[in-house]
Design a protein around this ligand. Structure first.
Ligand SMILES: *Cc1c(COP(=O)(O)O)cnc(C)c1O
Length: 376
């Protein structure tokens, strides 16, 4: 039997209306001639790949993408028929299973190209990934033209798209990304001039979109922005008007402790740092994805809009100082992340206490707590 909100009162809240609004804002920015391939990798950045896929499907997204076969199967099994581009993550011998689930493999070496061609019974659509400077996954740009021409001669392969990815955080990275995309555009020009007609080309992701850098391609592949997450450092560009889809992480108080404030007690455990004799406990700890603050800034939770310092994070519990508040009771809701009565703990703020990035924070929480979804 599953635990529920009484047997384990801790959860994440997702606003699918925000996802739809972010998607429409992207559509508005790029215009009707540019297709959107939504990045749903890593369980839609921890937001739930099935829930996210259903909303984007409903709003007519051109394609979805992920590197996770498990996530892709779950999306298919939920009845979403949108094309799914597989970023990578597979060995050549997986080609038959990809095609069986109607997934579009990415080809970045000859081994994968041959495997897809051998597994297919009719020309299978594939995308080719070009590495234009990231140094990760993809056929190196200098080799790409020859490689793509060769793959285009395979009987059972239809090259549906060519793409690259050049994410960045700061202005130096922005220049690097721009240069990579220009080289990628020239590759596409050469392919077209040589008579190879590839329907989809794509290089732009959230960071490029945030700084307003569009290119000559006819598709974009945003991830972070769909979820209202910034892809660049805050001094480079603002996230406005994109809204966070993960709006809250909450839990209900399972205990209010009133400990006598004597020195003997203060020498042990969670009492050494407290300022009052009243502490609260919620069932949400390291196991659920919460992490310790680094570098001296204490983490806090919100109760009735007031910040309460966290005293200790254990495997399954979070203990905090109620700072003498006499009104708080067992069963009250505690906001661990999100807005509460005029104050807000943002994802960026929590990541900064933890000395980590947005993706690291999301991946710590991913799959641990049940999600409550609204809208869409
Ligand atoms: C993750 C990823 C994206 C999306 O990047 P964001 O910065 O989240 O917008 C696009 N393309 C590829 C190949 C990726 O791996």
């Amino acid at each position: 039997m599953d635990q529920d909100f009484v047997t384990h009162p801790a959860w994440m809240e997702f606003d699918l209306d925000a996802l739809a609004a972010n998607f429409k804002e992207l559509e508005r920015r790029v215009g009707p001639d540019v297709k959107i391939i939504a990045s749903l990798k890593a369980n839609a950045y921890g937001h739930g790949s099935v829930e996210t896929a259903k909303v984007l499907f409903k709003h007519g997204v051109f394609a979805l993408s992920t590197g996770s076969f498990r996530d892709a199967m779950a999306i298919r099994e939920a009845g979403v028929t949108t094309p799914i581009l597989m970023f990578g993550g597979n060995l050549p011998e997986a080609a038959a299973r990809y095609l069986e689930y109607d997934l579009i493999p990415t080809v970045y070496n000859m081994e994968t190209a041959r495997a897809v061609s051998e597994a297919a019974t009719a020309p299978a659509p594939v995308y080719i990934k070009v590495d234009a400077g990231m140094g990760r996954l993809g056929i190196e740009l200098g080799e790409a033209e020859k490689f793509i021409r060769e793959v285009s001669t395979f009987n059972n392969i239809k090259i549906e798209g060519v793409y690259t990815h050049l994410s960045f955080k700061d202005s130096k990275g922005q220049e690097w990304s721009k240069r990579g995309i220009e080289r990628f555009n020239r590759l596409n020009d050469r392919l077209r001039d040589g008579g190879l007609d590839i329907p989809v080309t794509q290089a732009v992701a959230s960071a490029n979109l945030m700084v307003g850098h569009m290119d000559g391609s006819n598709a974009i592949c945003p991830g972070a922005l769909l979820y209202g997450l910034s892809a660049v450092n805050p001094d480079l560009a603002s996230i406005e008007p994109f809204r966070p889809v993960l709006t809250a992480i909450k839990a209900r108080l399972i205990h209010v402790g009133a400990f006598p404030d004597d020195l003997a007690l203060k020498e042990g455990g969670y009492h050494t740092m407290r300022q009052s004799d009243r502490t609260g406990v919620v069932p949400l700890g390291l196991y659920d994805g919460y992490r310790k603050a680094q570098g001296g800034t204490p983490s806090v939770v919100l109760i009735n809009g007031k910040r309460r310092p966290v005293l200790g994070i254990s495997l399954e519990h979070l203990t905090f100082d109620l700072l003498g508040d006499e009104t708080v009771q067992v069963g009250d809701t505690v906001t661990v992340l999100g807005a509460d009565s005029g104050d807000e703990i943002t994802i960026a703020e929590m990541a900064s206490w933890q000395g980590t990035g947005l993706n690291d924070l999301l991946m710590n929480f991913d799959g641990r707590l049940p999600g409550r979804y609204r809208g869409g």
